[in-house]
Design a protein around this ligand. Structure first.
Ligand SMILES: *[C@@H]1O[C@H](CO)[C@@H](O)[C@H](O)[C@H]1NC(C)=O
Ligand SMILES: *[C@@H]1O[C@H](CO)[C@@H](O)[C@H](O)[C@H]1NC(C)=O
Ligand SMILES: *[C@@H]1O[C@H](CO)[C@@H](O)[C@H](O)[C@H]1NC(C)=O
Length: 476
């Protein structure tokens, strides 16, 4: 009998073959897995890079404070101020002095100091942002300093008016509240004479601008500066051309807008509305009182829908006059109803010392009503009767309140109080307080109304109306 191979051996060969086979099968599998891994790694890397390139946030933090921070917006080249923690937009500054959309995202060159950020646009200008000691408790302040690196660079920063109502700045001839509606070419931000230069700026008490988002822009008095106003778009601060002056200003923002009036200059009362809330101007239909009321209610509904329930709804002079004509009958029912007009927002109405010659108010007064003789008049010749001095206001021929008549002034203030109560208004804005109607008409003014006498008398009287009174007047 041929010896049988030992069973162990026979078993061994296929086993080893099998092992070999397995090994042969294993190697490509491992290789494939390896290749796949590398491929996935590459794919992920490429994916992440391209995702970063595509999805990279257009905004980048450049300086972060405790309550707010500044960001750089690529693309349009703008500095943004946002309040933390939610990133509520506070301010957008379009940077006009450097090719801001071209450069790489700004890198922090002041890396040794967390309270600063610097970036320099080669041979154009250098930007330095710094956290500064707060102007008032509860605020956070940032210094913005542009330094030109060539003598012919003009530095210009423009502050957006989108969703921000602005106050402050210089007085202008037809003062508006807020200043978003004002328009002016670039001119020095210094006190001027509105009498000799009606298109210029009037007094500049302090060089600050106050935004309804709680931000203030303050410029030191020694910085030479031009200001331009582009209505409803932006206002711009720029340095005089060819003088290689730095552009330096300070931004302050309040920590928590819901509890603190942010960055309100001390001399403004805490009740000054923009220190707390935005102003929504009513631009709806004004054909009748009913239409205005419906329009106001629909504006409030829209604001509520966008969760903008805090703020002031501002009704202009025309709308106020139309409501006044129907709503001045005080009745208990009305008094109770009135505050609902724009609730939960607050209402601001607008008055001026002018009455159109076709207005019921003026016509009634001509017929010897309550307001007879309440208007400025030309000095009558001996034996003649006085003739109202007519001036134009907002394109209409108007009579103007005689503020040196105590009876007229008392009647006017009482009317303002009554109207404020009947309409449930929190604020009364007075327009058209400035100007000398006699000078404008080339008529000799009585001694008490010479110069800015009219404005002084009227402002003193209006101030007695209390904290909800807003007077903006430019004097010489
Ligand atoms: C202004 O506010 C509206 C409504 O909240 C918003 O849709 C819009 O983007 C804002 N505009 C700017 C420039 O922030
Ligand atoms: C204003 O009213 C006072 C008092 O009635 C009157 O003496 C004065 O002449 C009036 N002034 C003008 C400019 O009409
Ligand atoms: C004005 O002051 C009174 C009391 O001093 C206050 O009740 C009222 O709310 C204030 N008005 C405004 C508009 O802030």
């Amino acid at each position: 009998d041929p010896p049988l191979p030992p069973p162990r051996h026979t078993g061994q060969i296929p086993e080893s073959t099998w092992t070999l086979g397995l090994r042969e099968m294993t190697e490509p599998w491992k290789g494939a897995v390896g290749c796949l891994g590398v491929a996935v790694f590459f794919a992920m890397t490429i994916g992440i890079i391209s995702w970063q390139a595509l999805e990279q946030s257009p905004e980048e933090w450049v300086l972060r404070g405790r309550d707010a921070g500044m960001l750089w917006e690529r693309g349009r080249g703008a500095l943004l101020l946002r309040a933390l923690p939610a990133g509520r937009p506070v301010l957008a500054i379009a940077v006009g002095s450097v090719p801001a959309t071209e450069p790489p995202p700004p890198r922090d060159r002041c890396w040794h100091d967390g309270g600063q950020f610097c970036y320099s646009w080669e041979e154009d200008a250098e930007l330095r942002l710094s956290l500064e000691p707060p102007a008032a408790p509860g605020t956070e302040c940032y210094g913005v300093r542009w330094t030109p690196l060539r003598p012919d660079v003009t530095l210009k920063d423009c502050f957006s008016m989108a969703n921000v109502s602005w106050y402050g700045g210089p007085s202008v001839r037809a003062q508006r509240w807020p200043l978003n509606g004002a328009e002016s070419p670039a001119q020095p931000l210094v006190s001027g004479n509105l009498g000799t230069n009606p298109d210029g700026f009037g007094p500049v008490l302090e060089r600050y601008f106050l935004g309804s988002t709680g931000v203030t822009v303050t410029v030191a008095p020694e910085v030479p500066l031009l200001l331009s106003l582009e209505s409803h778009r932006q206002f711009c601060l720029e340095t005089p051309a060819g003088r290689a002056e730095p552009l330096h200003y300070q931004l302050c923002v309040g920590g928590n807008p819901s509890t603190r009036p942010a960055g309100c200059p001390k001399h403004l009362t805490r009740n000054f509305p923009p220190c707390r809330s935005p102003i929504w101007r009513y631009h709806g239909p004004e054909a009748s009182a009913a239409k205005i009321k419906r329009g106001l209610r629909s504006l409030v509904r829209r604001l509520k829908r966008h969760r903008l329930q805090e703020g002031v709804v501002a009704l202009g002079e025309r709308g106020t006059a139309i409501l006044a004509a129907t709503d001045l009958v005080p009745s208990e029912r009305r008094k109770r109803q009135a505050p609902a007009l724009v609730e939960p927002l607050e209402l601001s109405i607008t008055l001026s010392p002018y009455a159109g010659v076709t207005s019921p108010l003026f016509l009634r007064s001509l017929r010897g009503g309550e307001a007879a003789g309440y208007w400025l008049s030309r000095q009558p010749r001996p034996g003649g009767s006085s003739i109202p001095l007519l001036t134009t206001w907002k394109g209409q021929l108007c009579a103007r309140l005689n503020v040196t008549s105590e009876a007229a002034l008392g009647w006017y203030l009482a009317r303002a109080r009554r109207l404020r109560q009947a309409l449930g208004a929190s604020y009364v804005v007075f327009e058209g307080v400035e100007g000398n109607s006699f000078l404008e008409q080339d008529v000799p003014a009585p001694a008490e109304l010479a110069g800015d006498g009219y404005t002084e008398v009227l402002v003193a009287a209006l101030a007695t109306l209390g904290n909800g009174t807003v007077i903006s007047a430019g004097t010489r």
